[in-house]
Design a protein. Structure first.
Length: 129
C-alpha cells in the first residue's frame, strides 16, 4: 500500500510520534490525525471551549487543504470532549464550517486530552478523483 505523509506549517506540528495526515492507496483517502486547540504559530493552547472548537476546525482545515481537499471532503469526523455539555456548542460552530450532507460523526466524552485540551477532533477525508 502506498502512503504519503502530509505536513503543513499552517497546523500545529506533531507533539508525538504521528503525522498530521496520511494519504493512502491511489490517493483518494486521507486520515487526519487528532487536532486540539493549539495555535500553529505559537504552539500554545487557545483559551476557552469556544476558541478551542474554532481552532480545531481551523487546524483540520489547514491539514485538509495541505492534503489537496477541504473540510467538505471529510466523510467521518470524531469529536472528543472532556465535558459533553459542550456538544451543543460543537454543533453550532460546526454548522459554520460544514454544509449538508454533513459527515458521519461520533462524539465521545473522555477524561482528559493532551495539553489539557477541552476538545479534540480527527477525521477521514475522501478526495474526488
Amino acid at each position: 500500500m502506498k502512503k504519503q505523509t502530509i505536513q503543513t506549517a499552517d497546523a500545529p506540528q506533531a507533539i508525538g510520534t504521528y503525522s498530521q495526515a496520511i494519504r493512502v492507496g491511489a490517493g483518494e483517502t486521507v486520515y487526519l490525525s487528532g487536532q486540539i486547540g493549539l495555535d500553529p504559530f505559537t504552539m500554545q493552547m487557545v483559551e476557552g471551549i469556544e476558541a478551542q472548537i474554532q481552532q480545531v476546525f481551523l487546524n483540520l482545515r489547514a491539514v485538509a487543504v495541505a492534503s489537496g481537499g477541504d473540510l467538505g471532503d471529510i466523510v467521518k469526523l470524531n469529536v472528543y470532549l472532556t465535558d459533553l455539555v459542550h456538544f451543543t456548542r460543537v454543533n453550532e460552530i460546526m454548522a459554520s464550517y460544514f454544509s449538508q450532507p454533513y459527515p458521519a460523526r461520533a462524539a465521545v466524552g473522555v477524561a482528559a486530552l493532551p495539553r489539557g485540551a477541552l476538545v479534540e477532533m480527527d477525521a477521514v477525508m475522501v478526495l474526488q478523483g
